[in-house]
Design a protein around this ligand. Sequence first.
Ligand code: F6R
Length: 243
Amino acid sequence: MKVIIKKDYEELSLEAAIFVKQKILEKPNLVLGLATGSTPLGTYQKLIEMHQKEGLDFSGITTFNLDEYVGLAASHPQSYHYYMWENLFNHINTKKENVFIPKGAVKDLKEYCHFYENQIKKRGGIDLQILGIGRDGHIGFNEPGSAFNSRTRVISLDPVTVQDNSRFFNSISEVPRKALTMGLATIMEAREILFLANGEHKAEIVARALEGSITTKVPASILQKHPCVTVILDQEAAMQITI
Ligand code: F6R
């Protein structure tokens, strides 16, 4: 595990964007796994700038998002579909047919999860997966207790996650209680992981995930077993690690 500590969120975002850019330059048909939430927003902004100012070309890449709320249509402003188009895809030249985001409003969710897994396989698997971490240690929406061999499925959100994500909704009662998420085994199959965390509120869970025991109580701790992880933290999120 390679750990890089940057001064602040701005520098973290730039470092992460340069990392992704390098991978795209090395492999123009990169299969890139994406996360939503606050953490990667700065990285996406930097990637947009690299596209607009330097002509970084996204036309060959395929993307797979980690998760989506169950019951929210793609047009819902709090859906992860909406987030991804608003914060990245509308501003770069990724081909629409190469963008995969789990659909949370389909009738047969179980069948859809199989379909999603198959699409990842058909595209040759994920080359680089970007991850954030929840305060309860989740990656994707794999909440504490998620099995290490879990695959894409429906999951009930932990009260901590519902509370944390309520900041994006008008009230906590509007936050969906279920989500579709890639599983921990799906994430671990990515050939490379880019793990990002910023802010003091992430310091404790980052230390438990990266240096604590590997346990389903802290789903992100499974990343200690992945052969190719790069961690980029800001100083605040790195406060409790000893690496
Ligand atoms: C979102 C996702 C989640 C977030 C995590 C941290 O697609 O996979 O695991 O990365 O909840 O969220 P933020 O970045 O908002 O703190």
